[in-house]
Design a protein around this ligand. Structure first.
Ligand SMILES: NC(=O)c1ccc[n+]([C@@H]2O[C@H](COP(=O)([O-])OP(=O)(O)OC[C@H]3O[C@@H](n4cnc5c(N)ncnc54)[C@H](O)[C@@H]3O)[C@@H](O)[C@H]2O)c1
Length: 351
């Protein structure tokens, strides 16, 4: 993405146009983006649609947005762009309708729960080349991860190993706190159903995306997974071994059964290592002494949402693109297949 990220001071840029935004789906993630975009001076949140009408009627009282009872009505309400934050097995129909209605589209990860549908959306987005489209992978907008990507591009060449370990308690009866909304919620039931894909598909796709951003395409996966606490249909525990086209190897573990929340991401190569245990980056490059970096307080959601608005205002092609989103869906699909068939899966088998 590099040169396409701008600093968001619209007042200095003299930009007056407001982008009229419609929200589709106002559950856990929709609310985070809604609260974030309310603060953007170049945005007018104009329209809301959710199959739960009571929810949007209530939310519409907190701004001047109008609640709608159908997707069609929302798309006809004079908006420029939509934020699609519905469960991922509904993305295809929603995003397709939005693109057909000539709206710019931000869609939450994953692009779709099913590879063929994600592929169709990617093709449609290319055909609609006057519209901007982006998939929501927020860690790309976290300065820690951006620094990791920068170090990879600059130094890492050979003998690369990468890992991501994310653990947190996520079961249907776990009360979670969302510090962005200052609110509590139970994880939606669909997270644990086949249509959500569980830890292995949806949650781990953050890392399939991040690691492919750093090291290029993944060509083979081998997954171990289990359904331990959720009593659902999709894995709540997984460990996925990855092989990359450039010879790098890695592992992604996503664990929804640990009462201790902890994230630990690391990259190592012949040229050095960089690790991120929670919010502190530790770097050791070549013969330089080991150093630590801590970024000042930031919101990756603000960075992400404001970036897409800025891309619309400035006609910059955003990333992660639908092509990037499709690559993450492909790896996630291969990981699920590997778990179900208990064997390694080559990505080329699925295309
Ligand atoms: N970026 C992240 O870190 C992150 C975290 C969690 C979830 N997500 C993603 O965000 C998306 C939404 O997840 P969530 O946790 O907010 O789910 P959620 O169940 O809390 O919210 C989904 C909302 O969409 C509504 N809805 C369902 N089907 C609809 C339809 N066809 N049309 C309109 N509204 C519909 C539901 O009523 C609900 O309010 C998913 O793609 C998910 O993977 C991303």
């Amino acid at each position: 993405m590099g040169n396409s990220i701008l600093i968001y001071d619209f007042s200095k840029m003299g930009i007056m146009k407001k982008i009229k935004v419609g929200f589709i789906g106002l559950g856990v993630m929709g609310r985070i983006h809604f609260e974030t975009l309310k603060l953007n001076k170049n945005v007018e949140i104009k329209s809301l649609f959710d199959v739960n009408y009571d929810l949007i009627e209530e939310l519409s009282k907190t701004c001047n947005a109008k609640p709608y009872k159908s997707l069609e009505d929302l798309l006809n309400s004079g908006i420029d762009a939509v934020w699609v934050c519905t469960p991922e097995d509904t993305h295809y129909g929603t995003v397709k309708n939005a693109l057909d209605a000539d709206k710019h589209v931000f869609v939450e990860k994953t692009l779709d729960r099913y590879y063929q549908k994600a592929k169709e959306l990617t093709e449609l987005s290319k055909a609609k080349n006057n519209l901007l489209t982006m998939v929501g992978y927020p860690i790309r907008f976290d300065p820690n991860y951006r620094k990791m990507k920068e170090i990879c591009d600059k130094y890492f060449e050979k003998k690369i190993f990468c890992w991501s370990l994310r653990q947190q308690l996520t079961t249907p009866s776990t009360l979670c706190y969302d510090r962005y909304r200052n609110d509590y919620y139970y994880p939606p039931r669909w997270y644990f159903e086949k249509k959500g894909g569980g830890a292995l598909f949806s949650h781990a796709s953050h890392d399939y995306d991040f690691l492919q951003w750093c090291f290029g395409d993944i060509v083979e996966v081998q997954a171990n997974a289990g359904i331990f606490l959720s009593n659902g249909e999709a894995p709540d525990e997984c460990s996925v071994n990855l092989k990359f086209e450039n010879g790098a190897i890695g592992v992604v573990s996503t664990i929804w059964t640990s009462p201790i929340k902890f994230n630990y991401v690391g990259l190592v190569s012949e040229q050095g290592s960089i690790v991120l245990p929670e919010e502190k980056l530790i770097l050791k490059i070549n013969k330089e002494p080991e150093t630590e970096i801590r970024f000042k307080e930031y919101s990756m959601w603000e960075n992400e949402d404001n970036y897409f608005i800025d891309c619309i205002l400035s006609s910059i092609i955003p990333e992660p693109s639908f092509d990037d989103g499709l690559k993450a869906v492909l790896v996630a699909t291969a990981a699920l297949k590997s778990f179900e068939e208990n064997k390694a899966i080559k990505i080329s088998e699925l295309k």
